[in-house]
Design a protein around this ligand. Structure first.
Ligand SMILES: Nc1ncnc2c1ncn2[C@@H]1O[C@H](COP(=O)(O)OP(=O)(O)OP(=O)(O)O)[C@@H](O)[C@H]1O
Ligand SMILES: [Mg+2]
Length: 283
């Protein structure tokens, strides 16, 4: 039977072994459900990226995983995979295929001298060696259509695309092998609000279409409230609250969540207080 979770993380800790040591992630336990958008919120430096990298074994020294396990529940094979037990080659194969990642600042990571069709093609060339050149070309074209860039941009170079389009190309790349989980680290923070909203809507639609899970990392809690099914709030290396977006918004239990919520102007909530406040001032 397929597990209802795609990844389970248990008692996971990461220390940066510097002087003094930085306990970046401390005893985090968390399940990512199949098909959900899980938001990971928290201020800069609280450990969001370290957690996401750590689970995928992407951390380098001085980072040390000091405790915990991470299990991937593979819907393809029905097996549980211990992520900390895979060797380097298995982990590399696993990464794009089963879990993909859009890195913080990724839209500037495209190779400037290679057209985007070729960059997409390379993923298939490496991971799907059985495909012919024309099959790969069609896969790449379909991907660009899917993310709203359009197949007519296959031969475009990164500098010929807007920031939003480049970000869509990165999303296309992350989706290319139909992973079961896509982790997105601050994917849209460099984009203007309108483009950001369009891209988020598209991710949400694709998720519904293909059924993959998304971990969406940002310090922008109101944004997460709009797109997430559940939200984990992180502070100083720990998850201090994890609940449905609805409950986080209406009934935040942790003081820190309330602080995060109140530090942003409300986008969706009751504007009564503000209007009343103005009225009193004018009287
Ligand atoms: N290579 C490193 N060496 C030492 N400390 C590090 C290293 N990388 C990160 N840290 C520290 O680990 C903590 C967590 O950092 P991390 O990048 O995971 O936070 P974040 O929540 O992703 O922040 P942001 O929102 O700014 O991206 C921070 O205190 C950071 O300074
Ligand atoms: Mg980060």
């Amino acid at each position: 039977m397929t597990s209802e979770n795609v990844v389970t993380v248990d008692d996971f800790s990461v220390v940066y072994d510097v002087d003094p040591p930085v306990r970046a992630v401390q005893h985090v336990s968390l399940s990512i459900r199949r098909g959900e958008i899980l938001g990971l919120a928290g201020e800069s430096g609280c450990g969001k990226t370290t957690l996401a990298y750590g689970v995928q074994r992407l951390l380098k020294p001085p980072a040390v995983i000091s405790s915990g396990t991470a299990t991937f529940h593979d819907a393809d094979s029905g097996r549980d995979v211990d992520l900390f037990d895979l060797d380097a080659a298995q982990m590399r194969a696993f990464r794009w295929d089963k879990v993909s990642m859009v890195f913080q600042g990724a839209m500037n990571a495209l190779n400037p001298v290679v057209n985007i069709g070729k960059q997409l093609d390379d993923v298939f060339l490496t991971h799907r060696p059985g495909l012919s050149a024309s099959e790969r070309r069609e896969e790449c074209a379909q991907l660009l259509d899917l993310v709203g860039v359009g197949r007519d941009r296959l031969r475009s170079y990164p500098h010929e695309l807007s920031g939003g389009m480049r970000q869509r190309v990165m999303i296309a790349m992350a989706l290319s092998l139909k992973p079961q989980l896509m982790i997105m680290d601050e994917p849209t923070t460099a984009l203007d609000v309108l483009v950001q909203r369009e891209i988020l809507q598209q991710i949400s639609d694709l998720r519904t279409q293909f059924g993959f899970s998304v971990v969406f990392i940002t310090h922008d809690l109101p944004l997460l409230l709009e797109i997430s099914d559940r939200i984990a709030v992180m502070r100083a290396g720990r998850i201090v609250e994890l609940d449905t977006a609805e409950n986080i918004y209406r009934r935040p239990r942790h003081e820190y969540t309330r602080t995060l919520l109140s530090s942003f102007p409300s986008l969706t909530g009751d504007r009564g207080d503000f209007v009343r406040g103005r009225g009193e001032g004018a009287a």
